[in-house]
Ligand binder design. Structure first.
Ligand code: GLY
Ligand code: MN
Ligand code: MN
Length: 462
């Protein structure tokens, strides 16, 4: 955890950014897997963590915007709990570690809300993404669960995004330590990527590294020789020479900061000519995007830059044709690159996605495109110093998409469908790094994970 003053300062900043009322921030509860006592790995709510820092279930924080007071609601353990869980710090002690002095039993939260409602005070809350939190807020505020969305606080969402999107040095250090864990995960995966190995032998090994060295993975491991499926969580294939293995994985710290890295390697450790051809295109899109990132630039423009590099590369291979700028403007490259270049990262791997992607990645200046491909760009707005984001271009040969576009003669002036037939068994390649926007450019965070063809082949040969 950070020093108590860090959490207090964050709450005071929030107060200075909002017009008044009361902020209700419930933490998460345990979630039952198949019966109440057999729970999923506990994951605290990230906004609760940001302002109240405590990585334990059954808590709620309240920030009074008018009288300067912060409250922590929760229960102390009783003897029955101590028998099963061992001694636990008191609620008061836990609150002190995040600079909160007012603590109350959880069941008094209703009373505080009732008082605020009686005085017609504005109670700001974020739209919950879990059933139990939905029921809690619904009961506390007397709003039907299905209507919470209407009453969520846009003022609070915007203030939380404005605070959380700028990472301070403590947060960056924690994120970088998770990229160093990802280094171990990815170099281990590279060395294990041999003909005959089953994917889950590798995915299990690297998840183990995340558990040994951190608080586990930051999202379910994506590891597959079918990289053309963008988020492939099936780990039952046997690796074969001739296939590329996509590994998209990262770790989460005990404070819940994340890493999110993708590397794609040839099974067996040597790139064939055709694998190298596609790899170098994706690598150039990754490297040139990183070179162009600086404060003040629209991330949408960085996305389009990488799209043009991909379209040019595909044209050079005879898979696209025509004017590259026109092809990208029309969205033809999205046959091969059907997702966005990246997203914010922090306490969530897709940072703050639960607050609404358009509040995080777009603003009054720029709104989301509805063009296939570009529409999936999670972050389009102008970059600012202190943003942490991913740069993750990819090229994929998705047989069902190729067939559908071919049938509909989509963008036929830009795509060489005849030449594409021979590539439908290729799979996909993605290369993803986590970067920090600095005062005049950007910095790739963490230990450099093998990325060039030579670095990947050298790593896989030992
Ligand atoms: N790990 C999922 C993503 O890269 O967005
Ligand atoms: Mn990823
Ligand atoms: Mn990502």
């Amino acid at each position: 955890m950070f020093q108590p003053s860090v959490y207090k300062k964050r709450r005071d900043l929030l107060r200075s950014m909002m017009n008044g009322g009361i902020v209700l921030l419930p933490g998460n509860t345990e979630a039952a897997m198949n019966y109440a006592d057999n729970t999923y790995h506990f994951r605290q709510d990230s906004t609760f963590l940001y302002f109240f820092g405590i990585n334990q279930p059954d808590l709620a924080g309240v920030i009074d915007l008018d009288n300067g007071q912060d409250y922590l609601f929760g229960n102390d353990v009783d003897l029955d709990d101590i028998i099963w869980m061992g001694p636990q710090p008191s609620l008061k002690d836990r609150a002190e570690r995040v600079g909160v002095t007012i603590t109350r039993p959880f069941n008094q939260l209703q009373k505080l809300m009732d008082e605020a409602i009686a005085l017609s005070r504005h109670i700001h809350f974020l739209l919950p993404y879990r059933g139990k939190t939905t029921l809690l807020i619904s009961k506390l505020l007397g709003i039907k669960a299905g209507h919470l969305s209407t009453y969520k606080s846009e003022e609070l969402i915007r203030a939380v995004v404005a605070l959380r999107e700028i990472k301070d040095s403590g947060e960056i250090t924690d994120i970088e330590s998770m990229i160093d864990v990802a280094y171990d995960m990815h170099t281990t995966a590279m060395r294990m990527a041999k003909h005959g190995v089953v994917e889950r032998e590798i995915s299990g090994m690297i998840e183990g590294i995340a558990l040994q060295k951190a608080n586990g993975v930051s999202f379910p491991v994506i590891l597959s020789i079918n990289g053309q499926t963008l988020h492939n969580h099936f780990h039952g294939n046997t690796l074969k020479e001739g296939r590329m293995m996509v590994c998209d994985s990262g770790a989460e710290s005990v404070m819940n900061y994340c890493s999110d890295i993708t590397r794609t390697v040839p099974v067996g450790g040597r790139f064939s000519q055709r694998q190298r051809d596609i790899y170098e295109i994706v690598l150039a899109a990754n490297v040139k995007a990183i070179e162009a990132i600086k404060p003040g630039i629209l991330y949408k423009d960085i996305h389009l830059l990488s799209a043009r590099i991909i379209a040019q590369g595909m044209k050079d291979l005879g898979l696209m044709k025509g004017d590259v700028d026109n092809a990208v403007a029309a969205g033809a490259h999205a046959l091969f690159f059907p997702h966005g270049l990246g997203h914010m990262m922090g306490l969530d791997v897709h940072d703050m996605e639960n607050l609404g992607e358009n509040y995080v990645g777009y603003d009054n200046e720029i709104s989301r495109s509805d063009q296939f491909g570009l529409a999936f760009l999670r972050l389009g707005k102008r970059l600012r110093e202190g943003f942490v984001l991913t740069v993750e271009p990819g090229v994929y040969f998705i047989p069902a998409l190729i067939d559908q576009w071919n049938e509909k003669k989509m963008h036929k002036e830009f795509i060489n469908y005849d030449n594409l037939e021979a590539w439908k068994d290729f799979g996909g390649i993605r290369i993803e790094d986590d970067i920090l926007v600095t005062s005049n450019a950007c910095r790739v965070l963490g230990k450099a994970i093998p990325k060039t063809v030579a670095e990947v082949e050298a790593t896989m040969s030992v």
